[in-house]
Design a protein around this ligand. Sequence first.
Ligand SMILES: CC(C)(COP(=O)(O)OP(=O)(O)OC[C@H]1O[C@@H](n2cnc3c(N)ncnc32)[C@H](O)[C@@H]1OP(=O)(O)O)[C@@H](O)C(=O)NCCC(=O)NCCS
Length: 169
Amino acid sequence: MQPRTAFQSKTVVTDLVLPSETNPLNNLFGGELLARMDRAASIAARRHSRRIVVTASVNHVAFNRSVPLGSVVTIEAKVSRAFTSSMEVYMDVWIEDRESGESIKANEAIYTFVAVDETGRPVKIPELVPETDLEKQRFDAALRRKQLSLVLAGKMKPADATELKALFE
Ligand SMILES: CC(C)(COP(=O)(O)OP(=O)(O)OC[C@H]1O[C@@H](n2cnc3c(N)ncnc32)[C@H](O)[C@@H]1OP(=O)(O)O)[C@@H](O)C(=O)NCCC(=O)NCCS
């Protein structure tokens, strides 16, 4: 299988925040943003693997900044690392300032997707080659995050989480 770059999976989704998607403070519901990110990330994972993909885990979400009604929100998703059948997808969320047109970073998130066949069984995917410094940084840390996610899900013994243990040595 030919390795692919992170850039080849890049997915950019831009949309408005409508009244039905907000909380009583007139800011975007967290769950609405999670759903939008899930869609963007699944497209990135599909572009990398060219297979059916399912969300295996939401590893990290930081709602650092609220997103007001009427905002133009852009989600940029890219696969940050591919393992055997699973992929980590890293997302940056931006809000566009109406007057200046500048994009302000609002949130970040990391999801894990698994490529599956028509019966839902995991299948092998191409490797990912990081190119930029940021892509390399995210690639390097992805194994640690995968191990943490597996430990939290009860699918890996903490004693086997070598990358996590290395953090404390
Ligand atoms: C995701 C799913 C395919 C994994 O199946 P599984 O039987 O656990 O398969 P495996 O144990 O072989 O794991 C497959 C891969 O997923 C990874 N994985 C599984 N659970 C994970 C988790 N919580 N966090 C990170 N990675 C995980 C495994 O490490 C493995 O990665 P690798 O092949 O790259 O090494 C299966 O759990 C599933 O279908 N879940 C439902 C998905 C879904 O419907 N999502 C939408 C929810 S509404």
